[in-house]
Design a protein around this ligand. Structure first.
Ligand code: TYD
Ligand code: MG
Length: 444
């Protein structure tokens, strides 16, 4: 029999560090009240053995389609047997709606699907399901916050949804639902059942005000797939992206529109994030950003207004504020466009958030346009990364971006002179080496 250690060990529910004494604060991560006594069972499990790695042992990944095309795209083909997916996002973004839609669709295919809701009552879930056009009596529903109840109900199902991991509670342990310990324990129990029964399990996760997944940091490491559902409240569009995916490429993005009857996948997001109306104003520049493998034409708007204050405001929506600071510094140093007496606001239209460095040139051109108060030619799009030396650098998948700009009816596209992609199609390519050159050419 495996030896079981008699020494008490305490594990931090937040960072997973082990300590031999209990302290109110974890010595490793500094979190308060997260240490709990680790049960002996874990250390008494059978010893693992070292063996040679055999490629023949590769198991086949069995997938189920989620019945929602854009969700399948992000998952890499569908839910995976035995895999645990964590879906996070702000309250009201549509997490429960998306999962209920998938649960309903799979139940209608004849699968035994259990939807556990710790947040809503049966009548609330029923009214949502009705709105989503569900057929009667196919989906199994359990409204509880007790993880034991939830998991015993999941004994013979083929699919498990838990909405949400922060509302579930293990009654045998201390702590409120949502505390690092409880989140960790409930997630661990769900993972165990998903692995032992080889069923897919989806957990909804809340996020904190700063945008982090609520609960222990370990949660993201414990699950197989971490997805984020985002979207501006004022916009109908929602974007689903995978931050981690153990079974597929993690950089795909799914786009949805929130409608009266739930979330509808957007097949052609071509004109979602821009329209022709504002193209003639100063401060507007069009770019083509890459979201996953998909190019999207995006509209960048900047507004600079003079300020009498010592510390001008810089505000950004849709791009990182630090990126805005950096690009303003590059514009000043490398292209001579001074903004130190102006408040500068930058916005990406339609609630799009992008981290793509290929947007740099379009952002810079929108700022240059507002600072000079001269509009850009409306038929032109900008693609390129801007370096600290003021150089315009090549970016990933330029050919794809050029094709999309052409498809959307743009006549010209400005790219880095060092792009190696072949010229193709009717769209005219303008090439820049530096930001200075771009500003000089666009605002002669
Ligand atoms: P919900 O899925 O409850 O969000 P979350 O679980 O992320 O908190 O979505 C709530 C919002 O979606 C709510 O404001 C209403 C809206 N909604 C629609 O517009 N259409 C619909 O068909 C449904 C079900 C919800
Ligand atoms: Mg919800």
């Amino acid at each position: 029999m495996a030896k079981v250690s008699k020494i008490k060990r305490y594990r931090c529910a937040d960072c997973g560090a082990i300590s031999l004494t209990w302290t109110g604060r974890c010595q490793t991560c500094g979190a308060w009240g997260t240490l709990y006594e680790e049960r002996e069972g874990a250390s008494g499990s059978p010893k693992s053995q070292v063996k040679k790695l055999l490629l023949s042992e590769v198991g086949e990944v069995k997938r189920f389609s989620s019945k929602i095309t854009e969700l399948d795209r992000v998952l890499g083909g569908g839910w995976v047997e035995g895999a645990v997916v964590l879906l996070s996002g702000e309250p009201g973004v549509g997490k429960s709606t998306l999962l209920l839609q998938s649960a309903i669709a799979m139940a209608e295919e004849g699968k035994k699907v259990l939807y556990v809701s710790g947040e809503e009552s049966a009548s609330q879930v029923a009214s949502r399901a009705k709105r989503l056009g569900a057929k009667d009596g196919l989906l199994f529903l359990l409204c509880t916050d007790d993880i034991d109840e939830a998991l015993s109900a999941a004994e013979d199902v083929e699919f498990l949804f838990v909405d949400s991991v922060q509302t579930m509670r293990d009654k045998n342990e201390s702590g409120w639902p949502g505390s690092p310990l409880q989140v960790r324990l409930t997630a661990q129990r769900c993972i165990e059942i998903a692995k032992s029964r080889a069923i897919p399990c989806v957990l909804v996760g809340h996020i904190t005000k700063s945008g982090q997944i609520a609960g222990p940091k370990l949660l993201e490491h414990m699950v197989d797939v971490v997805m984020f559902f985002e979207g501006d409240r004022s916009s109908r569009y929602r974007m689903l992206s995978a931050e981690k995916n153990r079974f597929a490429n993690a950089d795909e993005v799914g786009i949805f529109e929130m409608t009266e009857r739930g979330l509808v996948p957007v097949f052609d997001p071509g004109r979602m994030f821009w329209n022709e109306t504002s193209l003639k104003e100063a401060g507007v520049a069009m770019g083509v950003v890459l979201e996953g493998s998909r190019p999207l034409v995006a509209e960048f708007q900047a507004l600079a207004s003079s300020t009498p204050f010592m510390y001008p405001r810089r505000t950004s929506r849709g791009i990182d504020l630090n990126k805005l600071h950096l690009l303003l510094a590059v514009l000043e140093k490398r292209a001579g466009l001074i903004s130190k007496n102006c408040d500068v606001y930058v916005n990406v239209v339609g609630g799009l958030t992008t981290k793509d460095p290929g947007a740099d040139l379009a952002i810079c051109m929108s700022i240059a346009s507002t600072l000079l108060d001269r509009p850009l030619p409306k038929e032109c799009c900008f693609v390129g990364e801007v370096g600290l030396a003021g150089e315009v650098r090549p970016v990933a998948r330029t050919a794809l971006r050029i094709k999309e700009a052409e498809r959307m009816g743009f006549e010209k596209i400005a790219v880095s002179r060092y792009e190696k992609c072949e010229r193709s199609g009717k769209i005219r390519q303008i090439e820049f080496e530096s930001l200075k050159e771009a500003v000089r050419m666009m605002f002669p």
